[in-house]
Ligand binder design. Structure first.
Ligand SMILES: [Zn+2]
Length: 419
């Protein structure tokens, strides 16, 4: 796996391509970019055939260990790895420990084990069990075992944070040792996990120590939406980024809001320049299936005069915890009942070119399964165009312009929400 930085723009922000991802080394991924979110190898609501109609798709698919941990024996028996098992062709597979959009219960971590939750309950993993699972799954990239519990509460003590960094480093050393002795994992890359909660000192220590190990990249854990105040997160990511080698990718999980994504890219690339990748953080729960980010952000059509000249460098996160963000719309709202416009004007996805908001409203209030399908198609397409526009902005030195556009979208969203 090689990270080629293709362009350096203002203040050291960089854009690049991650080449030779995976064992077959056929996959390339433009960064910053996002991964394709799945549950047990399937994008929620979409069949493989439907998914193939959405293009382009992110070249790397994310899989959560908890969704497959209880099927280890089946996969061991199968012998050809999870990609073939699930029919995931033409994609590289990344395996994360926890689901990036679902919180997990705290208090089940010991010095030697972490826990994941499958459909049958808690599964306790030692490094040996964790690595046996990786051996059966044969991913192209995987996150090493980590104690990432420090984001679970505000009152996490310094001692607990220090312990999480120490344990995570110890797990990484053990994982790497087994990794190198496992022929089934040759060609796969281990991503070292940077922990440290909200402590700058521990974040820097974790980054420095992880960078000393022979890892393929880094997973910045514990920065999920809502886990800490935004300006603190930006500072911590910037500090961590300074300690990591430039030529390796960094993965941030559980950050999905457009304005937050931009802030994280900016923080991560300050001074040193790097690449950040993001998981596709859509809300796959049917409860929130009515949400769809309404923003289409194409830099192709620049209409500067429509923007407010307000210089708001940072977005307040007072609404970070609210369930519906200004980037989403509640299609169950009766105001959409007679709305015959597409979900997002100008979006070229199947949903927007064939259906109107009123139809989606109807599908949602009558609990039709098609609602989830159409919205997932739109959200996937929308997220891709967002990242494409972000890369274009970085490559063409237009990040400030792009940011204003994202922030103005946020203000419009607020206005719409209040109406
Ligand atoms: Zn659409």
């Amino acid at each position: 796996m090689k990270l080629e930085l293709t362009r350096v723009v203002q203040g050291g922000y960089r854009v690049g391509v991650l080449r030779e991802v995976g064992r077959a080394a056929h996959t390339s991924m433009e960064v910053p970019g996002c991964l394709l979110y799945t549950r047990c190898g399937a994008v929620p609501h979409l069949t493989h055939d439907t998914l193939r109609t959405v293009s382009p798709l992110p070249p790397v698919t994310q899989l959560t260990l908890s969704t497959v941990a209880e099927h280890r024996e089946v996969l061991e028996e199968y012998k050809d790895g999870f990609k073939k098992f699930a029919g995931l062709h033409d994609t590289a597979l990344y395996c994360s420990l926890h689901d990036p959009v679902t919180p997990y219960p705290a208090g089940h971590i010991t010095n030697k084990t972490v826990s994941v939750w499958g459909s049958g309950g808690r599964i306790e993993l030692t490094v040996a069990r964790f690595m046996a699972l990786q051996k059966a799954l044969r991913p192209d990239l995987y996150q090493s075992m980590a104690d990432g519990e420090t984001w679970q509460g505000d009152a996490t003590s310094r001692k607990r944070i220090r312990k999480s960094v120490d344990r995570t480093l110890a797990h990484l050393d053990e994982c790497l040792l087994i990794h190198h002795q496992t022929p089934e994992l040759q060609g796969a890359e281990v991503l070292g996990v940077v922990e440290g909660g909200d402590s700058l000192e521990e974040r820097v220590r974790s980054a420095k120590e992880t960078a000393k190990r022979p890892v393929g990249g880094f997973c910045l854990d514990g920065f999920q939406t809502g886990c800490m105040e935004r300006s603190l997160r930006t500072r911590l990511i910037a500090a961590v980024a300074r300690e990591l080698p430039e030529d390796k990718p960094r993965l941030l999980q559980g950050v999905g809001r457009p304005d937050e994504v931009v802030a994280c890219v900016e923080a991560g690339v300050t001074e040193r320049g790097c690449a950040l990748t993001f998981d596709l953080d859509l809300s796959p729960d049917t409860e929130r299936a009515g949400s769809a980010p309404p923003a289409v952000l194409e830099l192709g059509e620049e209409k500067e005069e429509t923007w407010e000249s307000e210089q708001s460098g940072d977005v307040l996160l007072e609404d970070q915890a609210q369930t519906m963000t200004p980037f989403e719309m509640d299609l169950k709202d009766t105001k959409y009942r007679d709305d015959l416009t597409p979900l997002v004007d100008g979006c070229g996805c199947y949903c927007c070119t064939n259906h109107q908001r009123a139809y989606l409203h109807h599908l949602l209030v009558t609990n039709e399964l098609l609602a989830g399908v159409l919205l997932m198609i739109h959200n996937t397409a929308q997220y891709n165009s967002f990242f494409r526009a972000l890369r274009e902005a970085l490559a063409n030195d237009k990040l400030e312009f792009f940011k204003k556009r994202v922030l103005s979208r946020k203000r419009v969203g607020h206005k719409e929400a209040k109406e």
